[in-house]
Ligand binder design. Structure first.
Ligand SMILES: [Zn+2]
Length: 258
């Protein structure tokens, strides 16, 4: 399984930055988890191949690239972009984004081949099949309806927490997969912003370390994602000072093969 956290930010030298403003992970150049930067930084191959977008939740940093990804492909799509999400998220997209005020209601539009977007609703906690992947969703603890995922291609299984504060069920789901290869965990704020992390339902390095006590799998690799870009250096330093030495940082843009 090839997993890539797409870059979303450019440094002064014009190169992709490690800072992560937006969230989109592409699996096997085919399926996207979230679409924060999907239109901005996907490869040409990904733009040609990705037709399934699975959303964790509707916050801007996770959906910002979705309207533009559909817009870019509007005339050339021979199949619709399939947006997989729970009902609440679909309703928010239609009400607040694809409402003709913020952007066109693509679900009402067709190109010469047919529809350009299609919603595939599923229930939190259910298992769905998307392309060659089996994806189990688990409700997590965030400001809005939000999911983590356990994703398998039949050979390799990885987990993603999505945006979340302290939560139990996603760790139980990760514990249930004995050969889980890697989990991607959020850690949005530094320790001194613990109160804001609590109000906005995110984790800090200290909170994340406590969360990891719920995780039984000693072999699984653990990668941190979703660090607020302005606090990235502080968060990295604080992760380095934790007692646990298990945490690695997922490199933005790098293709991981598991
Ligand atoms: Zn969020």
């Amino acid at each position: 399984m090839r997993v890539q956290l797409l870059p979303s930010t450019i440094d002064e030298d014009g190169k992709a930055s490690a800072r992560q403003h937006l969230m989109s992970i592409v699996i096997d150049d085919l399926v996207a988890i979230d679409a924060g930067c999907l239109a901005f930084s996907c490869t040409d191959l990904q733009r040609r191949q990705v037709r399934d977008v699975i959303l964790t939740h509707p916050h801007l940093d996770h959906i910002a690239g979705l309207p533009l990804f559909i817009d870019d492909l509007f005339a050339t799509l021979t199949v619709p972009i399939r947006v997989h999400a729970v009902r609440e998220v679909i309703d928010i997209l239609e009400r607040d984004v694809f409402n003709w005020s913020v952007y066109p209601r693509f679900s009402d539009l067709m190109n010469k081949h047919g529809r350009v977007v299609e919603y595939h609703e599923f229930k939190a906690g259910s298992e769905i099949s998307v392309e060659h992947l089996t994806i189990t969703s688990v409700a997590v603890n965030h400001k809005v309806s939000a999911l983590g995922y356990v994703i398998s291609d039949g050979k390799v299984t990885v987990g993603i927490t999505g945006d979340t504060a302290e939560t139990d069920d996603i760790w139980s789901a990760f514990n249930a997969v004995s050969d889980l290869k890697a989990v991607l965990v959020e850690c949005a704020f530094p320790n001194e912003m613990s109160e804001l992390a609590a109000v906005s339902d995110h984790l800090t390095p200290q909170k994340l370390e406590r969360e990891l006590q719920k995780f039984d799998n000693a072999e699984c690799e653990i990668y941190v994602i979703n660090m607020k870009p302005m606090y990235r250096e502080t968060i990295l330093k604080q992760i380095g000072q934790l007692d646990t030495k298990r945490l690695k940082i997922l490199d933005v843009g790098r293709v991981y093969e598991w």
